[in-house]
Design a protein. Structure first.
Length: 80
C-alpha cells in the first residue's frame, strides 16, 4: 500500500483552492496579495508561498485557465 498523501485528496484540495481563488479575485475583486493571504491564513492553512506555487502550477500545466474579463472598455465606433 502506498504511503503518503492521497493524490485524489490533493487534487480535490487544489480544485477547491482554484475555485476560491476565482471567487476572491474575480467576484469579490480582491487584490492578488490580499486574496493569497485570505486563502493561506483563513481557508486552507497553507503558507502564502505554497498557495502561490499551487496556483502557478495549475496555470502552467494548463489545468486551469484564468477567466477572460467581460468588459473590454469603451471603444469608438467606426462611422462610415
Amino acid at each position: 500500500m502506498k504511503k503518503g498523501r492521497s493524490s485524489t485528496l490533493i487534487e480535490k484540495r487544489n480544485d477547491a483552492l482554484w475555485g476560491r481563488w476565482i471567487y476572491w479575485t474575480e467576484t469579490k475583486r480582491l487584490r492578488f496579495d490580499d486574496a493569497v493571504k485570505q486563502l493561506a491564513n483563513e481557508e486552507f492553512f497553507l503558507s502564502e508561498e505554497r498557495v502561490i506555487a499551487l496556483l502557478r502550477q495549475m496555470i502552467k500545466e494548463n489545468k486551469k485557465v484564468i477567466p477572460k474579463v467581460g468588459f473590454m472598455g469603451f471603444r469608438a465606433r467606426n462611422s462610415r
